[in-house]
Ligand binder design. Structure first.
Ligand SMILES: Cc1ncc(COP(=O)(O)OP(=O)(O)O)c(N)n1
Ligand SMILES: Cc1nc(C(=O)O)sc1CCOP(=O)(O)O
Ligand SMILES: [Mg+2]
Length: 510
């Protein structure tokens, strides 16, 4: 790539040609700021195109943004969006409002331009006087940005027209944009040629993350960028990290696009999609648009068909007892089961888990997980690669992967896993020829991992406390097989382990 001229940040605001514009609103002062406030750490996300962190909430109030005044009484997260109005209601302010509402966040609005448009095109734009908007926003937005989210055209426009044809080009561009000041850059590669996946590159100044998802064929894509940025702001406002917020936002937009493929609004070539899908569907898939909850890893019960047979109980009885005893997530690890039996058990266990709000994962078998619509899978380093599993399972399902080294942990994040299982922490008889990494190995992996971690291998009531006391915040719990299922009473053993973990949690917090 040729080295681009980097525009000074202030000109991004002052010069319309340098603003990051959506193609449909290219003549408007189209920029969107989403303001989100979480207790004492206010942040603004500059939406359709970027996101900024405000130093102080007070500074914003002094600027007279009355919509935000008295915010302290609000119980729900609050986003301020500053954007153009789209009369077609697919993008702009209208998309921001819908996306925030769909994500459970209150959205105040400042309108910068009013457009007349429909699914055929933009018929007119009337800008709100620039001074009036500038009065509210200040200059030099980009260096304050928490994240900017340009698509390929916008990235190219910001970088003096450079060509972006490959994922490597996107990475280089993300680095160049990062040099302009924003803390994070998400270059959206939806228009990348010759790619069967939609690939976005997130760069936080240290690491690149390649976020892939299946490309959704739909004419109803108008407002996708606005909605993604709004959703990032909404998730930040709820307190999620930038990385989690971006992942959830991407999943939300993908799911909404997929849900809206067949709706017909207007006769033009590009229609809007339906942001409020969640309100219209009771299905678990839509309810699970939340980020994976890492706290579910607290007491992770992993079944073993051999052990259950030995103690004369069915898998379903074993799962019921584990849940009653306090298991917070269940994995069916049925190495010897015939596929048909496994599927039948998985369906029955899923019903039990669903009725208790406990996620059910399937070990190794993506086919079984798909067939029974389980919550996700756990795979190892020699099972199906996480990236492939993600493509098959879609953005909503939980994917866990076994990791013994920092490098594997890093790859797990890049590939789109939700958590890692790290072990064997202690020697185990449950898994043959398993390498023991010890408490030190566990700590090393946890510290390197951007994902939540569950420890596994030889863990039971005698040593669970030692494991949790390594005191690394992303170690969220323990995964256990024999200490629960190679025992006479699964319920009693699970309860005991739950008590020990809870006590360890309390002592770590103090
Ligand atoms: C939570 C959790 N962590 C690790 C594993 C091990 O997975 P894998 O390495 O694929 O080995 P098998 O379980 O398939 O023998 C796990 N199952 N769960
Ligand atoms: C399934 C599994 N995976 C491991 C890993 O190190 O990745 S250890 C393990 C077996 C865990 O069983 P138990 O709790 O009975 O020791
Ligand atoms: Mg495996």
């Amino acid at each position: 790539m040729a080295s681009p001229t980097i525009l000074p940040p202030s000109s991004l605001f002052a010069n319309k040609n340098c603003l990051i514009l959506t193609p449909t609103l290219a003549s408007a002062k189209e920029f969107t700021i989403k303001y989100s406030r979480v207790s004492n750490s206010p942040s603004i996300s500059l939406g359709a195109r970027s996101s900024i962190q405000l130093q102080t909430f007070a500074a914003m109030q002094e600027k007279g943004t009355s919509a935000l005044n008295d915010d302290s009484k609000m119980k729900i997260p609050h986003v301020l969006t500053v954007a153009g109005s789209d009369s077609g209601a697919g993008a702009g302010i209208q998309a921001d409002l819908k996306a925030c509402a769909a994500r459970g966040v209150y959205c105040s609005t400042v309108i910068t331009a009013v457009t007349a448009q429909n699914t055929v095109g933009v018929q007119g734009v009337s800008n709100v006087p620039e001074d009036f908007v500038a009065e509210q926003l200040r200059e030099e937005l980009l260096p304050m940005a928490g994240i900017i989210t340009p698509n390929l055209k916008e990235t190219s426009a910001l970088l003096d027209g450079i060509k972006l044809e490959t994922v490597d080009d996107m990475r280089s561009a993300a680095r160049l944009l990062h040099n302009m000041g924003p803390k994070n850059v998400l270059v959206k590669g939806g228009d990348l040629p010759d790619s069967s996946d939609a690939v976005d590159i997130l760069f936080d100044g240290d690491n690149f993350y390649e976020l892939r998802s299946p490309r959704i064929k739909s004419r109803n894509t108008h407002g996708t960028g606005c909605s993604l940025a709004s959703c990032i702001a909404a998730e930040l406002a709820k307190g999620y990290s930038m990385l989690s917020a971006v992942k959830v936002a991407k999943r939300y937009v993908e799911t909404a696009l997929d849900y809206s493929k067949d709706i017909v609004i207007g006769g033009g070539p590009q229609g809007p999609f339906d942001h409020l899908l969640r309100l219209k569907s009771n299905s678990r898939d839509f309810q699970r648009l939340q980020a994976f909850n890492p706290n579910d890893l607290f007491l992770y019960a992993v079944t073993d068909s051999g052990m259950n047979k030995r103690w004369g109980r069915s898998i379903t009885d074993a799962v019921k007892a584990a849940i009653e005893g306090g298991a917070t997530i269940v994995q069916l690890r049925e190495k010897d089961a015939e596929t048909r039996d496994f599927l039948e058990s998985a369906r029955a266990c899923l019903k039990i888990c669903q009725s208790h709000g406990v996620p059910l994962l399937i070990n190794d078998r993506i086919d079984v997980a798909l067939a029974c619509n389980a919550d996700g899978v756990h795979v190892g380093q020699s099972d199906m690669p996480v990236r492939v599993a993600r493509t098959l399972l879609g953005p909503e399902k939980i994917i866990g992967v076994s990791c013994k080294t920092p490098e594997q942990a890093h790859q797990a994040w890049v590939d789109g896993a939700d958590y890692i299982g790290c072990g064997g922490v202690f020697p185990t008889n449950t898994k043959e020829n398993n390498t023991t990494v010890g408490l030190d190995g566990l700590k090393t992996v946890c510290m390197a991992s951007k994902l939540p971690v569950v420890a596994i291998g030889g863990i039971g009531i005698s040593n669970a406390r030692d494991v949790m006391e390594i005191g690394v915040p992303n170690l969220k719990g323990v995964a256990v097989v024999s200490a629960l299922f190679d025992r006479q009473c699964v319920l009693t053993e699970t309860r005991k382990l739950h008590t020990i973990l809870s006590e360890a949690n309390v002592s770590i917090l103090h």
